[in-house]
Design a protein around this ligand. Structure first.
Ligand SMILES: Nc1ncnc2c1ncn2[C@@H]1O[C@H](COP(=O)(O)OP(=O)(O)OP(=O)(O)O)[C@@H](O)[C@H]1O
Ligand SMILES: [Mg+2]
Length: 246
């Protein structure tokens, strides 16, 4: 993989749930190592569908998904972890009846070699960073508060040290304080050189944190570029979405 090869690249991806209805059309997008690509768009634009397409839940009908230069279109979702890809989905990825610790360890199922000294140290680290997860490590994940469940999702991803993390609406439904913590975690992920695809309804925050921004509208990328280009005219973009711009 040369230095200019994107960590993740979507080439002309068209995808949808029904055979004759395309939710995403001709999507071209990239995420680089240690950088954030922010994806913004109105409800129903297709943002989560894009995540599902990258993760292999919804294989592209046309076009392709490349990870570190390799075509991974339609990859079996259980292979993602071995490739170094984690997803923190909009809906929970937790098993509510399993304990906090069992949820943290779930990606290691069938991969005993990954439970090495580094993993043990990181487990210790996440328990120090999130004392409630340590306190409640034997309790069912479903008994945690919404904020604690989100901490568990991030802790689970951090343990795996992926090179790419897809993060869909991490702050939705959280108190402002916990939402703030979530964004600090995302910064931490990028400092560890992970590439991030970040989707969040807090458009200003996404634009401020991202290196690149993509605007998805009715399943198409209608604008994309360096985040700096968006900081000036964000208001105009939002006005256009609301139909207020003439
Ligand atoms: N499982 C599904 N089967 C059929 N259509 C679906 C399914 N999930 C989503 N859709 C449709 O696909 C379109 C895009 O939905 P998607 O969830 O990707 O949007 P989104 O941009 O993530 O929205 P939000 O901001 O509300 O999370 C919507 O019209 C939605 O109704
Ligand atoms: Mg969504």
């Amino acid at each position: 993989m040369s230095e200019s090869t994107p960590l993740l690249e979507l080439r002309h991806v068209t995808a949808g749930y029904a055979q004759d209805i395309d939710v995403l059309r001709e999507i071209q997008l990239r995420v680089d190592a240690g950088r954030i690509t922010g994806l913004i768009g109105l409800n129903g634009a297709g943002k989560s569908t894009l995540v599902k397409t990258i993760c292999g839940f919804l294989p592209p009908k046309t076009g392709s998904v490349h990870f570190r230069g390799e075509d991974i279109s339609g990859v079996a979702p259980h292979r993602l972890i071995d490739l170094g890809i984690c997803c923190i989905p909009q809906e929970s990825s937790l098993f509510p009846y399993l304990s906090v610790q069992q949820n943290l360890m779930l990606p290691l199922l069938g991969r005993p070699k990954r439970f090495d000294a580094g993993m043990r140290a990181r487990l210790q680290e996440v328990y120090e960073l999130f004392p409630p997860l340590h306190e409640k490590r034997s309790q069912a994940a479903g008994s945690l508060s919404g904020g604690q469940q989100k901490q568990l999702e991030f802790a689970k991803a951090w343990l795996q040290q992926p090179t790419l993390c897809l993060i869909d609406e991490p702050s939705i439904g959280l108190s402002p304080k916990i939402a703030e913590e979530v964004f600090v975690w995302i910064e931490r992920f990028t400092q560890a050189n992970m590439g991030i695809l970040l989707i969040d309804h807090n458009v200003r925050r996404v634009v401020r944190m991202s290196d690149r921004v993509c605007v998805l509208s009715l399943g198409r990328i209608t604008a994309q570029g360096d985040a700096a280009e968006f900081r000036g005219n964000l208001h105009q973009q939002v006005q256009e979405w609301l139909g207020l711009h003439f």
